[in-house]
Unconditional design. Structure first.
Length: 547
């Protein structure tokens, strides 16, 4: 935890995860859940994108985050509570990973501590903490423990216990979908891949055998289906209309976020203390290809592409998968079970599906054929999800030999562990949001005067550096500030910015000459009364728009 939170700690918790854009959007949605839990807002409709309903569906829902955040908000301001919320989920993930390995898999405490440590500080999960919702991957070992417990109870003919356990698993998956769609969807998809691979490795794929298997376990399978389908209804009620309205992401949108073979599979960024030197010449090479576009190297190799595995760990994963799938031997030569072989096969297939070969990718089949895949643009995030399964594969393969080495040659064993830890650390940090800076700016804005039923924003800050580039600067700063202020004041705003926006959203570039005209057109179309204007550059920042 200290390694993961080293930058917030060294800043005396002034700095939080994320940046000027996504972090403030996230905190706005968390404030929405705080308002929901206090009875001030309907759960599916936020106070931004007014007057549209069901606007929670335009972005990740953050439901479980909202519950944790609302607790921390009783002690802390929004920025501190956001950091404490991430700390809560990191703690859940560490403890759950330890329990998964030590108790459920029964691999011992040492193996459990190593897996929990390496998973908590994993390079890609740390770098992508700029998108705080992805830290909900901490729920994966919880889901795995429940699933394994169900299978074991069913195999032992403890059908009542197995069926009861489907209830928390189904509720967890439904709540996870309403929190972070990516990580929950990857979990469900991977479980289906594992089931298909298990049918092959256990010779259950033949129709007669498969039908007999389903009949034997029909009761538990039916309970599991009901236990998931009932609590998932709120998620479907808010997200299916959004899918129908927007159509989801296109294949073209997704192309830039697939995994380049080898390069993205080990892409830990230029700031990595051990392997960053690999990517400095690659950035230079990409920049030389098209020098007229200085942002190209960052788009091709930076950002979401920094989701790969450190090189030593990458080699261990590939070697373990080869030994398990092809050689069918682990540890000191023991034969591999059908379950472990299916698990390794499923995880390797999942990884290979994300690869991109120019404009073609096997993920195209997933995109077209698997329900929900069109809601995923940044497919490279699958590599974050795969870290724990990969650690389990490495543990299954090497834990006995590692134990022998630790007993006979403790210093070399400690050196190997230290190398595995250090290769995850980077000078690049996802911690970019200054609490003091944004509190000073946003807390100085007076609340809307009486009679303002809703508001729109022209400017929330008198002066501010350009946000990345002119296009993004026209989209984000004023819109995300409006979202936060609306939830804080509990007064609706027509502004906002999200993964998807309402059909007639047109609130970019507030300093443009036609901005007021666009706002007035929107107000007339939606019959808005009591609309107010916020521009902090004026001595009197609030003004009332005539009805």
């Amino acid at each position: 935890m200290a390694l993961f939170f080293r930058v917030p700690i060294l800043s005396s918790f002034d700095l939080g995860f994320g940046g000027r854009d996504d972090a403030i959007i996230e905190i706005s949605i968390l404030e929405h859940w705080r308002n929901v839990l206090s009875g001030a807002e309907p759960w599916a409709t936020t106070l931004y994108f007014h007057p549209y309903a069901g606007t929670l569906g335009y972005n990740d829902g953050y439901f479980l985050y909202g519950v944790s955040y609302s607790f921390w908000r009783t002690f802390a301001d929004p920025f501190q509570a956001d950091t404490l919320n991430i700390a809560t989920f990191k703690a859940i993930g560490f403890v759950a990973a330890y329990l998964l390995v030590a108790r459920t898999l029964r691999w011992g405490r040492s193996a459990a501590l190593v897996v929990a440590l390496l998973w908590t500080i994993a390079s890609n999960i740390s770098l992508q903490a700029v998108h705080a919702q992805l830290q909900s991957v901490a729920l994966l070992p919880v889901a795995m423990m429940l699933a394994i417990a169900i299978v074991r109870a069913e195999r032992d003919a403890r059908h009542r216990a197995a069926r009861l356990l489907t209830i928390p698993l189904g509720a967890l998956m439904a709540a996870w979908l309403l929190t972070t769609y990516y990580m929950a969807w990857f979990t469900i998809f991977s479980a289906c891949l594992f089931a298909a691979c298990w049918c092959v490795t256990s010779a259950t794929w033949r129709p007669a055998t498969l039908v007999a298997f389903v009949r034997r376990h029909a009761g538990t399978l039916a309970c599991g289906a009901v236990a998931f389908l009932v609590p998932v209804l709120p998620f479907l009620s808010v997200y299916l209309p959004t899918v129908r309205e927007t159509g989801g992401d296109s294949y073209h949108d997704m192309l830039g976020y697939l995994v380049t073979p080898v390069i993205d599979m080990i892409n830990v960024g230029r700031g990595n203390y051990v392997w960053g030197w690999i990517f400095h010449p690659l950035f230079a090479l990409v920049g030389a290809v098209l020098p007229a576009d200085p942002a190209l190297p960052g788009r091709v190799l930076g950002g979401e592409h920094e989701a790969g595995l450190p090189l030593i760990f990458f080699i261990l994963v590939v070697t373990a998968a080869w030994r398990i799938i092809v050689r069918r031997r682990v540890g000191r030569g023991q034969p591999v079970s059908a379950e472990l072989r299916a698990f390794a096969l499923a995880m390797m297939i999942a990884w290979l599906l994300t690869l991109q070969f120019w404009v073609a990718s096997p993920w195209g089949l997933v995109f077209e054929l698997v329900p929900g895949a069109k809601g995923l643009r940044t497919v490279s995030r699958y590599q974050l999800w795969l870290v724990l399964p990969f650690l389990l594969l490495v543990g299954a393969m090497w834990r006995e030999r590692a134990h022998d080495l630790a007993r006979s040659k403790p210093w070399p064993a400690a050196g190997i562990l230290a190398a595995l830890v250090v290769e995850n650390l980077s000078a690049e940090s996802p911690v970019r949001l200054s609490r003091s800076l944004h509190r000073t700016a946003l807390w100085s804005i007076p609340a809307p005067p009486a009679g303002c039923a809703s508001f729109y924003v022209v400017a929330t800050r008198r002066s501010e550096p350009l946000f990345i580039n002119a296009e993004l600067n026209g989209w984000y700063p004023h819109n995300v500030d409006a979202m936060f202020l609306a939830e804080r004041w509990r007064v609706p705003t027509i502004n906002g910015f999200s993964t998807f926006n309402p059909p007639d959203w047109n609130f970019a570039n507030p300093r443009a000459a036609d901005y007021e005209q666009r706002v007035m057109g929107y107000a007339r179309r939606h019959g808005l009364q009591g609309l107010c204007r916020l521009d902090v550059r004026r001595a009197a920042p609030w003004s009332r728009v005539p009805d």
